[in-house]
Write a protein that binds this ligand. Structure first.
Ligand SMILES: Cc1cc2nc3c(=O)[nH]c(=O)nc-3n(C[C@H](O)[C@H](O)[C@H](O)COP(=O)(O)O)c2cc1C
Length: 343
């Protein structure tokens, strides 16, 4: 997880402050874009998704960050993430991560028994602790292994399946060999983050890889990557006018109004400020209800602020102040002041 945080902070240090208190711009599409919340392990957990759905609108599909297997059964720490009572939103899709058909089928069976209709296969995770074990984007150089997983899945599971993938592990040419394989199976859709794994979240997204997928993939295609503002969205929409499905991750964490802005839903600054407070307070309340240790709640809130701090003009200062809080009491005092400043 430390590597993930390091990457996150690196990426964020490259982003400028996203000012949420500005007039919303108009989108150019005649069709309302369909917006998915990306899975972000450690960030878009069930607490985040629940609080978000209570306060904001305009997410069309919610992805649960990946679950995986240990010693032949689902890792226990993931159970609360998939429990049906923690996922009352419309269109929730759990994601599975595994190295072979056996692991994927173990997870599929758990999810099918819980009543899920559709799951997503992770072929995108770029981190060595995952890829070295032949999972996530570690499968992309081996289309034959992907074929075996999909063959077994579709012969043994009743669930619908989509894929979330990168353009390759260490070459964007890998996607050329993966597409003919996944075209043979009845996937519901493919989400493409057009980077290769060795880029992690750095460097340019590879438009050419996305265009290649647009031209060759038989399945509905979803764009994912580096949409941090409605301007970013419009640029992507101009580049890929055929695409109407968009998955957003860090952009939503940094600006929870982004889906509304993209869909051109306007609300006043006062309402915005109130919604941000409601959202924050609900997250704090839910973590406090679920965890009996105050230190754990504080750690979760500090993690939430890695991205949430971007809604404030004093992003760096506020994040530093939150990180210094030594108790929930102190945390609540400093945060109250920050909200008061933007009210
Ligand atoms: C901290 C972190 C955790 C992530 N966890 C997952 C995950 O569980 N499953 C997955 O498919 N992608 C995961 N991703 C990738 C995101 O879903 C998404 O593809 C990526 O952030 C690019 O989209 P964005 O630019 O809109 O954030 C993660 C990314 C980050 C930064």
């Amino acid at each position: 997880m430390n590597i993930v945080f390091a990457e996150t902070v690196y990426k964020l240090s490259k982003c400028s402050f996203i000012c949420i208190f500005k007039p919303m711009t108009e989108t150019i599409s005649q069709n309302t874009p369909i917006i998915y919340l990306a899975p972000l392990q450690g960030f878009t957990d069930h607490v985040y998704r629940k609080a978000y759905s209570e306060v904001f609108e305009k997410i069309d599909k919610w992805f649960i960050p990946y679950i995986s297997v240990k010693n032949g059964s689902i890792l226990k720490k993931y159970l609360k993430e998939i429990q049906v009572e923690n996922n009352r939103q419309n269109n929730v899709v759990p994601q599975v991560l595994g190295k072979n058909p056996e692991e994927i089928l173990i997870l599929s069976k758990v999810l099918e028994d819980m009543g899920y209709m559709e799951i997503n296969l992770n072929l995108g995770c770029p981190y060595p602790m995952v890829t070295n074990r032949g999972m996530g984007s570690g499968l992309l150089p081996y289309p034959e292994k992907i074929k075996i997983i999909l063959d077994e899945f579709f012969s043994k599971s009743k669930l619908k399946l989509s894929i979330k993938m990168r353009a390759g592990f260490d070459s964007p040419q890998e996607i050329d060999k993966v597409i003919p394989v996944i075209n043979q199976f009845p996937l519901t859709e493919v989400v493409l983050h057009p980077r290769i794994a060795t880029q992690l979240y750095k460097g340019e997204v590879l438009d050419s890889a996305f265009i290649h997928a647009m031209q060759n993939l038989k399945h509905p295609l979803v764009y994912n990557g580096d949409i941090f503002s409605s301007e970013d969205f419009m640029k992507r929409q101009l580049k890929f006018p055929e695409i109407n499905f968009w998955m957003l991750g860090r952009g939503i964490l940094m600006n929870p109004f982004l889906p509304m802005e993209i869909k051109n839903i306007q609300i006043s600054d006062q309402e915005k400020s109130q919604k941000l407070q409601d959202f924050h307070n609900r997250i704090l309340e839910l973590y406090s209800d679920k965890m009996d240790n105050e230190g754990n709640v504080l750690n979760k809130m500090k993690q939430f602020w890695i991205y949430f701090s971007y809604v404030f003009p004093n992003q760096k200062k506020n994040l530093k102040t939150v990180k210094k809080a030594s108790s929930i009491k102190k945390y609540s005092e400093v945060v109250k002041k920050m909200f008061w400043e933007i009210a």
